[in-house]
Write a protein that binds this ligand. Structure first.
Ligand SMILES: *[C@@H]1O[C@H](CO)[C@@H](O)[C@H](O)[C@H]1NC(C)=O
Ligand SMILES: *[C@@H]1O[C@H](CO)[C@@H](O)[C@H](O)[C@H]1NC(C)=O
Ligand SMILES: *[C@@H]1O[C@H](CO)[C@@H](O)[C@H](O)[C@H]1NC(C)=O
Ligand SMILES: *[C@@H]1O[C@H](CO)[C@@H](O)[C@H](O)[C@H]1NC(C)=O
Length: 498
């Protein structure tokens, strides 16, 4: 009995203990849920939510891996690779034979800059180009010397034997393959980029990246004419791996399109091609000793990797940022969507210029080019801008047409003797690009541009900002005998070349 009671007595606490422990394990479970599981789930949901908000809902395993790679690179591996930011920069140009006396050729030539880059090349040269015709092969023109183009070509050909890896991404299909075939035979890797099959445009880019340290960007095509018969403006940037690596990423986009199957873009650009500079996050570098905020932009948006600024938005933001003046030198200016039916009015840039001049009181000077291929509607649109200058509006807007003079023989050279430069300088920044200013160049055609912003930077003795160099260059052309005012009284529909 005692035993029994004692056993009961001894059991009781056990039972009691059991219920107690069951109760407390329930408590523990709920506290485990409250303190561990719930926050973890919320964190996880929050994390996934944030990921989806940031990178979009992954539609495939491939996209998820790309997104996770991006997440990883952007979230955890933010420690930037060491790269050089103390850059040397030259505004460079090609001046057609017979234009300006040599005292006005103050800039290093594009031909010399290319040769200089090729001499410097130690491991890699990456070129994105519209086409290659560095040698005048099909025609012999008395007054057309292609020696500079040939020289560049020979230097390119020797790269592989120096152990330098030459990669060329050229618009495809090419109309003339002679140069690229010969370069490929000398060891270059050439890829044709059929952008037409993807965006309906072409690769109009002209970009060189050397050793991922130096680069060239500008209006000059890989064409002998661009070195001696066409007026061009570009930028040579040296010892600037931070920015050159970013330019290389743009090249890699073309390279991967060129290596892909016909007419398709990869579903997602890999994280390693994400922009390293953008309008939101410009790179802080030094250009010839003067602090500068710089970024690259590209067009069209369909082939922009993550974070890449879009060329059109860049142009609009540069115009919008101007406080005193906007000077534009562009080959063709057409507020139209070209190359597609039906032709549409496209007012994006036109509106921005009108607003700058008429709303903000910014001085707008637009200089376009005149040659036999100039589109006739352009002159009417230019007049429509210029008319704003009349009283009572008197918006500070002026338009000139630049004509490169030619001899009768020079006129025989096809697609030459024209101002092909495409740049803009405001009182604050300089923009160097590759696109004509009409819609398709921003929505279908591949192009690149660079913005250099040295607003507020301290400029030491003997130093100059790129902005003031570009301003001087623009004003030289604007004030020259080759730039003529557009008249409102007569309608010019074609360009007489003199
Ligand atoms: C070129 O590359 C070699 C080996 O990769 C290196 O030793 C040399 O310093 C480099 N030269 C220059 C000018 O960068
Ligand atoms: C791409 O298309 C062209 C014709 O449009 C064809 O000649 C070429 O072989 C195709 N290339 C691939 C990789 O499918
Ligand atoms: C240039 O830099 C200044 C100062 O940092 C900034 O306020 C301005 O928005 C920049 N302009 C452009 C066009 O990026
Ligand atoms: C634009 O630029 C290219 C060369 O860069 C030129 O051949 C073409 O005629 C230009 N104009 C238009 C309207 O495309």
């Amino acid at each position: 009995m005692d035993k029994a009671t004692s056993s009961v007595a001894t059991q009781k606490p056990i039972i009691g203990g059991a219920t107690k422990s069951a109760k407390s394990s329930g408590d523990r479970r709920s506290s485990f849920i409250v303190f561990c599981l719930l926050p973890t789930t919320l964190l996880l949901l929050g994390g996934i939510g944030q990921h989806v908000w940031h990178y979009g809902l992954p539609m495939s395993v491939a996209q998820l891996t790309t997104q996770l790679e991006l997440h990883w690179l952007e979230g955890f591996a933010l420690v930037p690779q060491p790269c050089s930011t103390d850059c040397r920069v030259h505004l460079i140009e090609s001046i057609p034979v017979g234009l300006y006396q040599s005292s006005l050729w103050s800039k290093q030539s594009i031909a010399d800059s290319w040769l200089h880059l090729l001499d410097k090349a130690n491991s890699s040269v990456n070129i994105a180009a519209f086409y290659f015709t560095l040698r005048s092969s099909d025609s012999e023109f008395l007054d057309a010397d292609d020696s500079q183009g040939r020289n560049v070509f020979e230097h390119l050909k020797q790269l592989e034997s120096k152990g330098v890896n030459l990669q060329i991404a050229v618009n495809g299909p090419q109309s003339s393959t002679q140069d690229t075939v010969e370069l490929a035979a000398a060891g270059a890797k050439v890829r044709e980029v059929d952008l037409n099959a993807i965006t309906g445009g072409i690769v109009h880019t002209k970009l060189w990246v050397v050793d991922q340290k130096h680069f060239y960007l500008g209006s000059a095509n890989m064409d002998w004419r661009s070195l001696s018969q066409v007026k061009e403006v570009g930028l040579l940037v040296e010892d600037c791996s931070c920015l050159a690596q970013d330019a290389y990423r743009i090249f890699e986009v073309y390279w991967s399109i060129g290596g892909g199957t016909n007419g398709s873009l990869p579903p997602y650009w890999p994280a390693r091609l994400s922009a390293l500079s953008s309008s939101q996050n410009p790179l802080h570098v030094k250009f010839n000793g003067v602090p500068a905020q710089v970024y690259l932009s590209s067009a069209p948006p369909q082939i922009s990797a993550r974070g890449r600024s879009d060329d059109l938005s860049t142009i609009l933001s540069v115009i919008g940022d101007a406080q005193k003046f906007v000077y534009i030198s562009v080959m063709d200016y057409l507020p139209l969507s070209e190359f597609q039916e039906p032709l549409r009015f496209w007012s994006t840039i036109d509106t921005a210029l009108r607003a700058a001049a008429c709303t903000r009181g910014v001085q707008v000077r637009l200089m376009v080019s005149c040659w036999k291929h100039s589109p006739a509607p352009m002159f009417i649109f230019l007049q429509s801008l210029l008319v704003l200058n009349r009283p009572p509006l008197q918006c500070d807007i002026n338009v000139k047409i630049f004509t490169v003079p030619s001899s009768a023989e020079q006129l025989e050279i096809p697609f030459a003797r024209v101002n092909h430069a495409k740049f803009m300088v405001t009182d604050r920044v300089v923009y160097i690009g590759t696109s004509n200013w009409s819609e398709n160049y921003f929505t279908h055609t591949a192009g690149v541009s660079l913005v250099v912003n040295q607003t507020g930077s301290e400029v030491g003795k003997g130093q100059q900002t790129l902005q003031s160099e570009a301003e001087e260059l623009f004003l030289r052309d604007w004030r020259s005998q080759y730039a003529s005012e557009v008249s409102l009284d007569s309608v010019q529909v074609s360009c007489r070349t003199v």
